[in-house]
Design a protein around this ligand. Structure first.
Ligand SMILES: O=P(O)(O)OC[C@H]1O[C@@H](O)[C@H](O)[C@@H](O)[C@@H]1O
Length: 262
């Protein structure tokens, strides 16, 4: 599975590491009062002891780890809502990665949050990549104060900086890497939006934890609940799932027709 860790990524808490799949919670992006993408990606998670920490399921085809995050005192100062966030990360023998997030309101009052799996995909060359499944959708352009546009009928390709929230997207989309002849298939549930980001050349040069040329080999395609927050009443739980698999591009046709079950 090719989820990329940027060469110049800095692993020094409390700053988030650039690469992998940071969890953006309880805020996606910067449209709120919290730090960009929320605090969850900067926290140390605990093993969830209600589940065996690491196990293989019956047919030995999948390994999983169960993690839990509860707010720290500092978190409650800037976001005063008690929650329990359980994350199951599973890897199948074939390399399919799945992340299942469950957020429970253990507060006395309702709360709202936005969310995203900020997924750094490794690609051969960004100009050889296209995304299928987002055609004709509306998107909010973060490069134009979140102005709303409608995507044209063609697959999305890249020739400059992109930072968009595609709203109400299908649950299965494909990222095709023409040069490597491989396709990432992204399946999601409970997450209405897809965020597409590549900083391109000029922005890359302003990012200290990102090489000047690294934008050519990465693309973020994030399953998210970004446009509209999710609201949980006391005792309620929300589930958001992501499954990421990699197939040879020749085997890709038909994937987009699947209903997106994880
Ligand atoms: O540098 P960060 O905080 O990891 O964010 C990277 C990018 O993440 C994307 O998801 C956002 O849409 C961009 O606006 C943002 O620049």
């Amino acid at each position: 599975m090719s989820v990329v860790l940027d060469v110049q990524a800095v692993f020094k808490p409390p700053k988030a590491m650039r690469g992998g799949i940071p969890i953006c919670f309880p805020q996606f992006g910067n449209s709120g009062t919290l730090e960009q993408h929320g605090f969850a990606r900067n926290r140390i998670w605990a093993l969830d002891e209600e589940h065996p920490p690491l196990y293989q399921n019956d047919n030995n085809s999948k390994s999983s780890v169960d993690l839990i995050l509860k707010p720290l005192e500092d978190d409650l100062k800037c976001w005063p809502h008690c929650f329990e966030y359980r994350l199951r990360v599973s890897l199948s023998k074939d390399g399919d990665l799945s992340l299942v997030s469950r957020v429970r309101n253990v507060n006395g009052k309702p709360f709202s949050f936005s969310f995203g799996y900020h997924t750094y995909l490794s690609v051969s060359d960004i100009s050889e990549v296209r995304i299928e499944g987002l055609e004709t959708l509306d998107y909010l352009d973060n490069l134009s104060q979140r102005e709303r546009f409608t995507e044209q009928g063609d697959a999305i390709t890249f020739e400059s900086e992109v930072d968009r929230v595609y709203v109400g997207s299908p649950n299965v989309i494909a990222v095709l890497d023409h040069e490597k002849k491989r396709t990432f298939v992204i399946r999601k549930e409970g997450l209405p939006d897809i965020v597409v980001w590549n900083p391109w050349e000029k922005k890359s040069k302003t990012m200290v934890d990102f090489g000047d040329e690294e934008y050519k080999q990465m693309l973020c395609v994030d399953a998210a609940a970004a446009e509209r927050p999710i609201t949980l009443k006391p005792g309620e739980e929300w589930t958001g799932k992501l499954e990421l698999s990699e197939v040879p591009s020749t085997n890709c046709s038909g994937h987009l027709d699947q209903p997106g079950i994880i």
